[in-house]
Design a protein around this ligand. Structure first.
Ligand SMILES: *Cc1c(COP(=O)(O)O)cnc(C)c1O
Length: 345
């Protein structure tokens, strides 16, 4: 049986021996009491890396976004976001159900951006009838827009439009280190004009669990209460935080290789008429299916030991990550060729 090459997501990456050693050796305490030295260290390091004053370790990116929305808004407020954003599509309507905010989705550009004029027009003027627009959410890199890295000039402009209207800005930076690698700009600069930023440890950084949410001390204090409310207060979480600290030190540099692998993978698909891949800026390859069906191709790839996910009625997504080598990508090329012969469309 050949080795399965799992490209469904960068979340499938597994902690290696060194990271596990760091977890094994982690000093721990009860983090709800504020006693876990490893969590405290992770929060301090993360805040510094993101150029913010404070940070909060949370179990997932979804919870990071939700506690951010809870902290920045009041029930009945309105939140502006992109119609392709993770918060709008993949977070089980948490903003609506738990934060009680109305989402106002604007059309994302293919580059994962929003039009500044549309954001400006979407902010509602004070009026007895209107909900209060209190938050703009951005996403960098942008998952559904093929891992697009949003340029800082565009981010700054959008944040400016929001702030001029007293609207706060939250950056869903689940993959912000991929943006850092692609843009050649430090994460802190990317997030500079955002009031808060979250990032995942469990994706390209290769940790088993966790995200970090960064912002002002007052914001993080509120977010900490919200995390407790949601059941996300963890006790000896230093075991998990140790993986995050290890990753921030050792795994940030791996992203460039993931991106090179994604470009090579896209090249493989581009050589077949059945497929129309994006030109990946980061670690996400989205392949539009020109011939055949998504389910048919997923099955043919699975038969060759390649795992991917459906990403729309005519689209499949592949994500490169820390456990995928250049040799694996070369191997995928061979396997895709066999799959194409087997399907023979
Ligand atoms: C994965 C992801 C999240 C959520 O992360 P989980 O840890 O899976 O909850 C949020 N935003 C974006 C853009 C993501 O890709």
């Amino acid at each position: 049986m050949k080795r399965v090459i799992d490209l469904r997501s960068d979340t499938v990456s597994k902690p290696g021996p060194e990271m596990r050693r760091a977890m094994y050796e982690a000093e721990v305490g009860d983090d709800v009491f504020g006693d876990d030295p490893t969590v405290n260290r992770l929060e301090a390091v993360a805040a510094e890396v993101m150029g913010k004053e404070a940070a909060l370790f949370v179990p997932s990116g979804t919870m990071a976004n939700l506690v951010a929305v809870l902290a920045h808004t009041r029930p009945g407020d309105e939140l502006i976001l992109g119609d392709e954003s993770h918060i709008f599509n993949y977070e089980v309507s948490g903003a609506a159900r738990i934060a009680n905010v109305q989402t106002h989705a604007l059309k994302n550009t293919p580059e994962g951006l929003l039009h500044p004029a549309e954001v400006a027009a979407a902010v509602r003027p004070p009026n007895i009838h209107n909900p209060v627009t209190s938050l703009l959410c951005l996403e960098n890199t942008h998952n559904r827009c093929g891992g697009a890295a949003l340029p800082v000039t565009a981010m700054d402009e959008l944040a400016g439009v929001a702030h001029e209207r007293a609207v706060k800005v939250h950056l869903d930076g689940a993959r912000i280190f991929n943006a850092q690698a692609a843009l050649g700009v430090p994460a802190a600069r990317i997030a500079r004009d955002c009031d808060s930023v979250s990032f995942c440890l469990s994706k390209g950084l290769g940790c088993p669990v966790g995200s970090v949410l960064c912002g002002t001390p007052a914001f993080v204090e509120l977010a900490r209460r919200n995390r407790k409310m949601l059941g996300g207060g963890m006790r000896q979480a230093g075991v998990l935080a140790a993986a995050g600290l290890y990753a921030l030190e050792h795994n940030v540099e791996c992203m460039a290789e993931d991106h090179a692998n994604a470009r090579r993978l896209a090249d493989t698909f581009r050589s077949y008429e059945a497929f129309s891949p994006n030109v990946p800026q980061t670690n996400i390859v989205v392949v539009d299916i020109v011939r055949g069906s998504v389910s048919g191709w997923l099955e043919a790839f699975a038969a060759e030991g390649i795992l991917a996910v459906a990403f729309g009625p005519r689209r499949i997504r592949f994500v490169t990550h820390i456990n995928i080598s250049a040799e694996d990508i070369a191997d995928v090329a061979v396997r895709v060729k066999r799959a194409v012969l087997a399907v023979a469309v």
